[in-house]
Design a protein. Structure first.
Length: 141
């Protein structure tokens, strides 16, 4: 269960457990790269370590990924930091797709020419729950 946050704002970020798991995976890959006697294996483990450490760095640098209050939303991504008042958010929806027996959901926020797509990992929770919370803020604005 998610801890209660004040009603004046809410924020969503990747779960610390997933960030920690990526960090541990990076350490394991780095150790394997350093101890491997196989040159191609060293390269692959080294690349895996770099990728996993980049995920950890992004998780820590872009916290919170999404923040909402009665004034609007703030989104932090690799390419930008957006602050959008509710009046600029033209559409808020959850896109759900099933493929090969797996269902994926993403939160889609549309503001003018900008489309922001955030998945469960970026939000740390089910996008449907985030959409419901955002609807509450939008109605309160």
């Amino acid at each position: 269960m998610e801890p209660a946050q004040p009603l004046d704002h809410r924020s969503w970020s990747p779960r610390p457990v997933e960030t920690g798991a990526a960090g541990i995976g990076g350490l394991i890959a780095l150790t394997l790269a350093a101890t491997s006697t196989d040159a191609p294996g060293q390269v692959l483990f080294g690349l895996a370590a770099i990728l996993l450490f980049a995920i950890v760095a992004a998780d820590l640098a872009f916290r919170p990924r999404l923040r909402a209050d009665r004034a609007g939303i703030a989104v932090r991504t690799f390419g930008s930091r957006l602050h959008l008042p509710w009046g600029e958010v033209s559409e808020l929806r959850v896109d759900e797709r099933s493929r090969y027996g797996l269902t994926t959901r993403t939160l889609e926020l549309e503001a003018g020419d900008t489309l922001i797509v955030l998945g469960r990992r970026s939000l740390g929770t089910d996008p449907r729950d985030v959409a419901a919370a955002l609807d509450e803020f939008r109605r309160a604005a």
